[in-house]
Write a protein that binds this ligand. Sequence first.
Ligand SMILES: [Zn+2]
Ligand SMILES: [Zn+2]
Length: 407
Amino acid sequence: MELDTLLDEARDLFDETVALRRTLHRWPELGNDLPVTREHVLGALEGLPLQLTLHETTSGIAAVLDGGKPGPTVLLRGDMDALPLHEDTDLEFESADEGKMHACGHDTHTAMLVGAAKLLSARRDQIPGRVLFMFQPGEEGGGGAGLMLEEGLLNVPHAADGSESPVTGAYALHITSNLPTGWIASKGGSIMASADQMLITIVGRGGHASQPHAALDPIPIACEIVQALQTMVTRTIDVFDPTVVTVGRISAGTTNNIIPETAVIEGTIRAISERTRAKVRDGIRRVAEGVSAAHDAQVIIEFHDGYPVTVNNPGSADFALDVAAEVVGAKATVRLPNPVMGAEDFSYVLNRVPGAMVFLGGTGTDRNPATAAPNHSNRVMFDEAAMVNGVAVYSAMALRHLSGPPS
Ligand SMILES: [Zn+2]
Ligand SMILES: [Zn+2]
C-alpha cells in the first residue's frame, strides 16, 4: 500500500486537529473520569463509520473502523488525561481550569488519534481488516489502560461475515519535548521503565531528646537506610540492566527536643527489566530490615506496584521505524540508544499484544530540544505542526500493519 499521500491527507486535516487540541488544552481533566473530554472526542468522531463502545468503569472510548476487506485488527492508542499543576505558558488557549494542565501532551495525542480516525475512514475501502482506536483516560497514574483491558477492550466482535478479527498489533505515539518537531523515535525491547513506590517505616521508641539512651531514635536509622540503599544499588545491580532508587521524602518528628517513635522513608523504584525490578525490591527489603535490626528497631516495608516495564516487540519497533522513515523521511527517524526512565501504562497493552510505543518530537525549530521545558513542566509547549506527522504515522502504521509490506 502506498503511503506517499498520507502527509498531504494529514495536512488537510490540520486545522481541525489543531482546533480539537486547543479545546482539549483549554479544558483539561484528570484521572479516569473525563466527561467533558469524552464529549469533545465523541463530537469530533460524529459522522465517521465507527462502532463506538463507551467504557463504563472509565471515560475510555473504543472505536472500531471496519475496513472494506476481512482481516485482523490493529490497535492505535491515544491517551486523554491531564496533570494537576498550574499552567504558565501564556498560550492563548492555556488552561481555563486552575490547577490542571495538559503538560504531557495528551491533548495532542487525542487530537491526532481523531485525525487518524478521519483519515483512515476516508480510506476505509482499502483497509484489509479493522482499526481499533483506543481513547484512554487515566494514564498519569490512574492505570486507565489496565481498566480498559479489564473491561474487554481486546474482545473485538466478529466481523459482519462471521470471521474472527483478533488484535495482532498495537501502537501508541507519545509527544516529547526532547526531540525536534515531527521526528519519530523508538527502539526494540524495553523503552520505558517500571515505576513502583516504596514506603519504609522505622519504628523505635519515643522519648526526651536529652536522653537518647532511654529511647530508640528512628532518625539516624532512617539516614543509614537511605545511604545504604544507594550502595546496594551500585554494588548489586548490573549497570547494563539498571535501576533508579530515589528517596523523595523523609518524615519524622515534630520539634527539636523530642525523639519521635517513627521515621518514614518514601521513594520511587524504576527498572527496565522485570528481573531487576524484582531484585531491587529484595535488596531494599534486606537493607531496611538489616539496618533496623542492627539498631534493634522494628521496620515495616511496603511496596506499591506501579506500571510494569514497557517492552516493545523488536519486530514491531523496527516496523514502526521503517514505516515512519517512509512517511517523514529517514533523517527525521531515530533509533533510540536507551530507554527512558519514565513509565507508561501502555505497557499493559504491550504485555498482551505485540506492538510498540513510539515517540514524536514536539519542540519547534525556534527552540532547542535539549533545553526546552520538558513534559510535565508548567511551561512546556508543544509545536502543533508535529501533529501532521503524528496523524500520518498513526495512519501509516495501521495501514501497513494490516496490508503487509509492499511486494
Ligand atoms: Zn506524563
Ligand atoms: Zn504522557
